[in-house]
Every structure is written in C-alpha cells, then in structure tokens.
Design a protein. Structure first.
Lengths: 110, 114
C-alpha cells in the first residue's frame, strides 16, 4: 500500500513549456486534490475531484488543467509555464474528511 | 472569505517543555479542523481531526481543542522532544467552500532544542 505517489520529485521548466504532474493513489479514495505551497505560505487548492469524470476549480486554478479518467489517477497539466508557477505541488486524496498527502513535486520555472 | 491565522510563525523551546500552538479562523461555520505536521521537503501528515460537533481530540502527547464560538483551535504538545521539530499547519473545511475543501494557515515552525 503505497498511499499517494507523485512524479516527478523535481523539475525545471523554461517559460512557455508544458508538463504534466502525475498523481496516483491506491486507497480507492473518491476525493483527490491538487495544492500548491509557496515559501512561508499555507497550501492553496488548485483543483479537486469528487470522483472519476468529475473535477472542479479550487482557489487558484488559472494556468492549470486536470482530468480524472480513473479513480486512481489525477494528473495536473501546466500548458504554458510561467515563473509565478514556481512552487511545490502536493496531491492528496481522501475517502471522507481526513486527507492523505503525497511527498510533493518541486517545480521551478525559469 | 475564510482567513486562517497561526501564531506564532516560529517557536523554539527546550526539550521537555509543554507547548501550545494557536490557530484562529474568521468564519465559524466549519465542518471540521485538522492539524498537520510537515517535515522539511516532505508532504503533510494528518495528526488530529476535530469534527464541528467535538471540542477536542487526543493522540498520545498531542491534544487539539476547538472553540467555534471564539474561532480558535489549539494544539497542545506535552513533554516536547527533538523529533517534534517540524512545521505544524492547521486547516479547516467550512461551509463557504464546501465540506471537502481545506483552507490552510501558514503554519508554525517548531524547533525543540535538546
């Protein structure tokens, strides 16, 4: 039981490049979330999903897209990377109210 | 909009001391409140979850309380140890954003000195 896994752990992008952050959970949780954490700040919700095929925007969705074709996977897509998207990205999942977090992806956009 | 504030931003204590971390929030219509621990370069680990109808939760040396009327929660750590050094975040779900969306504070960075 691996919990929530994220790949890659680190990535450097150039402005305008695109990439997908991968997130997989093996706990059969319906709810999945993407957060970003900037230095010295709390986490802010980007997108979330309440089940396969259903996604919705969080507090800071601009510049990102998500999809949820299976219960296990919830990838986050950056289409045109900008320096403002430099951050640490966390994926989480939950069955009810307690969320389980992945180890994070540290992204730098130069 | 819900605002979650954690004071102090950083705290340094000698080993063995009891300590209290504070979390305040502006909208009392919450579903639940969680305390998380975050180690450097790591993800978050949920420590305690208090439902809206509860006043406190305990796990080992940790005790979290919730007072919705005053918009406050505290995390009490007894007999602190160097291994408790980490950043502690409080987060809550409230009616204005949906029961499964968490709003986080900025955290308190705790250092326990041997």
């Amino acid at each position: 039981n691996a919990g929530v896994t994220q790949t890659p752990k680190f990535r450097i992008l150039k402005i305008g490049q695109s990439m997908t952050l991968q997130c997989t959970q093996d706990m059969n949780h319906n709810y999945m979330y993407w957060y970003r954490q900037d230095p010295g700040m709390g986490l802010k919700l980007i997108y979330y999903s309440v089940g396969a095929g259903i996604t919705d925007k969080g507090e800071v969705p601009n510049g990102y897209n998500v999809s949820r074709s299976t219960t296990e996977d919830f990838p986050l897509r950056l289409e045109l990377a900008a320096p403002s998207q430099t951050s640490v990205y966390f994926c989480a999942s939950s069955a009810t109210t307690r969320e389980f977090f992945g180890p994070g992806t540290r992204l730098t956009v130069l | 909009k819900q605002e979650v504030t954690q004071i102090p931003a950083a705290l340094s204590v000698p080993e063995g001391e009891n300590l209290v971390l504070n979390c305040s929030f502006t909208d009392s219509a919450i579903y639940n409140l969680q305390w998380f621990r975050q180690d450097p370069g790591k993800g978050l680990t949920s420590l305690l979850l208090i439902q809206s109808s509860q006043r406190e939760q305990t796990s080992g040396r940790l005790n979290a309380s919730l007072d919705k009327s005053s918009g406050r929660s505290t995390l009490y750590i007894a007999a602190s140890q160097p291994g408790d050094s980490a950043t502690y975040l409080c987060a809550l779900a409230y009616s204005g954003a949906g029961s499964y969306q968490l709003t986080f504070g900025k955290g308190t960075k705790l250092s326990v000195i041997p």
